[in-house]
Design a protein around this ligand. Structure first.
Ligand code: HPA
Length: 266
């Protein structure tokens, strides 16, 4: 039996009637949304082929249930390219969400901002990305479906809905371009100056390969970054993973309110 079929069997045994419409991937320190879901939680370790998310700050479980009246499937934690050099590490979990029937996917992450008007504690709605790593999760994919069109990778309708929900929550949700840098080391100030010149507004170590995979699978996707710090050379805080984990919950609270309001509109 394939890992996909095996993982689906495990999920259907734990949540026989699940029919989620919305999917989520939660980034470092952003796991609180999963706790608000009433339903079942299945550790990745029990799901065939799932990553053994090794990054502290991630819960490493799939939660299926209801949030603000909408059936959701929440991936609490991701494997990053920098862990094992696999850009396609999240392919199987995304295939599982697709098989479960989700229509929309919202990805979240922590990022370093380049913009004084999007300081730490604020959110940025991704309008587009720069794949600065140069890696694609579709390398090796044999079918012609690999030639994915990314002209409107970030779904305009979901983005508009999230912006409206943010406005109604009284939280600014400016949009911007996210640059994917491989990590796990943070960037140098010179690299940040370069990424800024190239048109990026923020930098982070995730999300982009998942957006590419989502579009490959035909899922509609949007992504929101929680700004945990100004990027290297642009702020005074000492950039570290501890700082990211400690700062993410500040933005996560806003993000959670915005997402819950958004869910009540769909
Ligand atoms: N760079 C890359 N990834 C990040 C940062 C950063 O400054 N902050 C949080 N994730």
């Amino acid at each position: 039996m394939s890992d996909l079929a095996n993982a689906l069997d495990t999920i259907r045994a734990a949540a026989p009637n699940a029919a989620p419409r919305m999917g989520f991937i939660l980034g470092s320190g952003l796991g609180s949304l999963a706790e608000a879901v009433s339903g079942v939680s299945i550790p990745y370790a029990d799901l065939a082929g799932f990553p053994h998310a090794g990054v502290s700050g991630h819960s490493a479980a799939l939660t299926i249930g209801t949030l603000n009246g909408v059936e959701v499937a929440v991936l609490g934690g991701r494997e990053h390219y920098y862990e094992n050099g696999r850009a396609d590490a999240m392919r199987l979990p995304l295939e599982v969400l697709k098989e479960l029937g989700i229509e929309q996917l919202i990805l979240t992450n922590a990022c370093g901002s380049f913009r004084a008007d999007i300081p730490p504690g604020n959110l940025m709605l991704l309008s587009d990305h720069i794949n600065y790593s140069g890696r694609s999760p579709l390398i090796g994919e044999p079918t012609d479906a690999r030639f994915v069109n990314l002209t409107e990778a970030y779904d305009p309708t979901i983005r508009a809905g999230l912006s409206k929900a943010a406005e109604e929550e009284g939280e600014p949700l400016l949009d911007g371009v996210y640059a994917w840098y491989s990590g796990p080391n943070f960037e140098t100030p010179a690299e940040i100056r370069m990424l800024k010149l190239l048109g990026a507004d923020a930098v982070g170590m995730s999300t982009v390969p998942e957006v590419i995979l989502s579009r490959f699978l035909g899922l509609r996707v949007a992504a929101v970054s929680v700004v945990t710090n100004m990027a290297a050379g642009l702020g005074n805080e000492h950039i570290s993973h501890e700082h990211t984990k400690a700062s993410a919950p500040i933005g996560a609270e806003k993000l959670s309110r915005i997402i819950r309001r958004y869910l009540s509109t769909i």
